[in-house]
Design a binder for this molecule. Structure first.
Ligand SMILES: [Zn+2]
Ligand SMILES: [Zn+2]
Length: 570
């Protein structure tokens, strides 16, 4: 279980308790526990396994520690389950309306007994909300404006979709002569795995022209709100995008502010306060005087901080690294020299060995491993020993037809449900590169999953564990893995770990990739390309590596071929 998921349990718990108008101290305690868990790099699931003392974390007392253990061990929280029984789901849906928090929902539910979005809408239309104490016509109208969107709100898009849309819009705005600077901010700039909304900033002498241009963009479905310098639109994908036109003197401060994360900016604001300064979206201020704001570098410098890469702005380690003067130079797409996971027509890929090699070479890669599926994946036409050996002969033959790129005879070999490998050791021993993976039986109990992973790691023919958890972002939970134990075994046996770059996988995730790096495990960022265009996803894997704080040195496939070759000698 990931920290985000554990954090979400406590956040939901605080929301539901607030709707029930429970003790505010308890609500606050749960909320702060959620924040602590969500922003801690160490995996709480692993800490629980190790029986570690959770009260070492700020805001987590004995009682909360017990509840965290319960959540990790059972995947459930008894009190939350009870609250969900008591409070109708339609009431919880009201939280999705923009500008409506648990306090307002509590009033709708407890005072008017409204139990669904439809009932709330009818009450708003009848003017019943503005008749409530503490509510006005404005709130009522805002609810009416936003309630229809609430059904779809909470929709998140993949980082690939987010980047593609936001970057296209930025490119389009750049075409305007009046626009001097424009860029993507928000969670998309931090390269989160998914984005719930998008933020774009621009500086321009003509805000109207910029907003008009955005309104006409082919990705835009409708304009939801428009002010003098800010416009909110809804994209056809369902997510909302905010464009803010800001002054040049505030551009850096706005980028900093709207890039977030919230948790990062809490620390930034506190730091300003400690220095007798104030920081907001307009700049850094000493009294009434603006002392920084035009660039992000200036904003951080005014707070005695180095510029912090957006991917690290999660209030995890970035302030420690800054204090130590240790801000890493994060890995970049252009650092990558090899790709060690891809498929061809021999299994479920769309291109031949030579086509994949040519495409990789044209992207500047110097070495690749062809890793088609093993036989267990029959749906993907997986290879048995005889077909694999013929396939490897084909790879060797292809070497003669292309220069300037090394081709490795590889295999993506399933670790079967009984912990044996899908191909015999004598076959695997002939490979240049073996990616061991879990595809089936992901739901097995943790003990069996660990037996499988450890067996693979101890197999001397295995080079790397591919997409280690098997999760699909926002779609499928990964296998129940004792991450600490797996990574320690991998470190002991010289087995590498993959960041699968496909935006639907991004596996390992940022937190676990950082943990692997901390143990000195070489990390390989692989595309798992199934076609020549499949190499395009590399950037998302690199983004994930950057969120993990990885440098070029941490990523094995940034090495030259002759350096990398040495890593293969286990
Ligand atoms: Zn796979
Ligand atoms: Zn694969």
């Amino acid at each position: 279980m990931k920290n985000d998921q554990i954090a979400a349990v406590f956040e939901q718990l605080s929301d539901l308790l607030e709707i029930q108008e429970a003790n505010p101290f308890r609500i606050r305690a749960y909320r702060s526990a959620g924040r602590t868990i969500g922003s801690t790099a160490e995996s709480f699931a692993s800490l629980v396994e190790e029986d570690a003392d959770l009260t070492q974390f700020s805001g987590i007392g004995k009682d909360l520690a017990k509840q965290i253990v319960e959540v990790v061990m059972t995947g459930q929280h008894a009190q939350l389950a009870e609250l969900k029984e008591q409070i109708p789901p339609g009431v919880v849906d009201m939280l999705r309306i923009r500008g409506v928090g648990p306090k307002k929902v509590a009033v709708f539910y407890n005072k008017l007994n409204l139990q669904s979005l439809d009932q709330l809408k009818a009450a708003a239309q009848a003017g019943e909300l503005s008749a409530l104490k503490g509510f006005g016509k404005k709130t009522e109208q805002s609810i009416l404006d936003n309630i229809d969107l609430a059904a779809e709100a909470g929709k998140r898009i993949s980082i690939a979709e987010a980047r593609t849309a936001a970057e296209a819009i930025v490119e389009d705005l750049r075409q305007l002569k009046s626009v001097t600077q424009t860029a993507v901010a928000g969670s998309c700039r931090r390269r989160r795995e998914t984005c719930g909304d998008l933020d774009v900033l621009a500086t321009s002498s003509d805000a109207t022209a910029a907003m008009d241009r955005l309104a006409e963009h082919s990705l835009v479905d409708s304009v939801l709100q428009r002010g003098d310098t800010k416009q909110r639109v809804r994209l056809k994908s369902g997510v909302e995008l905010d464009l803010r036109v800001v002054a040049d003197s505030s551009y850096g401060a706005s980028m900093q502010y709207f890039t977030g994360s919230k948790e990062h900016n809490v620390v930034v604001r506190q730091r300003a306060k400690d220095l007798g300064l104030k920081v907001n979206e307009y700049g850094v201020f000493q009294g009434d005087e603006q002392i920084a704001g035009a660039t992000e570098e200036d904003v951080y410098a005014a707070l005695n901080l180095p510029w912090i890469p957006p991917e690290l702005r999660e209030n995890r380690r970035e302030f420690e690294l800054a204090a130590a003067g240790d801000m890493p130079r994060l890995v970049e797409v252009s650092d990558v020299k090899g790709d060690l996971h891809m498929h061809t027509t021999a299994s479920d890929g769309a291109a031949s060995i030579l086509e994949m090699a040519e495409a990789a070479k044209s992207r500047g890669l110097k070495y690749i491993a062809i890793t088609d599926h093993s036989k267990r994946v029959s749906m993907a036409n997986g290879l048995d020993a005889a077909r694999l050996r013929t396939h490897w002969d084909d790879i060797r033959a292809a070497r003669e037809q292309i220069d300037g790129i090394e081709l490795l005879c590889g295999i993506e070999c399933d670790i079967l449900e009984d912990a044996s490998m899908d191909l015999d050791d004598d076959v695997l021993a002939e490979a240049d590169w073996v990616v061991a993976v879990l595809h089936y039986g992901l739901q097995q109990p943790r003990a069996q999953i660990m037996k499988r992973l450890l067996a693979a790691i101890q197999n001397p023919n295995v080079n790397i564990i591919g997409h280690p958890t098997g999760r699909l972002v926002d779609k499928r939970e990964g296998a129940d893995i004792n991450m600490t134990e797996m990574l320690k075994a991998a470190a002991d046996h010289g087995v590498m770990m993959e960041i699968n770059a496909h935006f639907k996988r991004l596996d390992l995730d940022d937190v676990h990739a950082a943990a692997a790096r901390d143990l000195g495990i070489p990390i390989v960022i692989s595309t798992d390309a199934h076609s020549v265009n499949g190499f395009d996803v590399l950037q998302y894997g690199v983004d994930q590596g950057r969120r993990a704080g990885l440098t070029k040195e941490d990523v094995a496939n940034t090495k030259t071929w002759s350096q990398f070759k040495k890593l293969l000698e286990r």
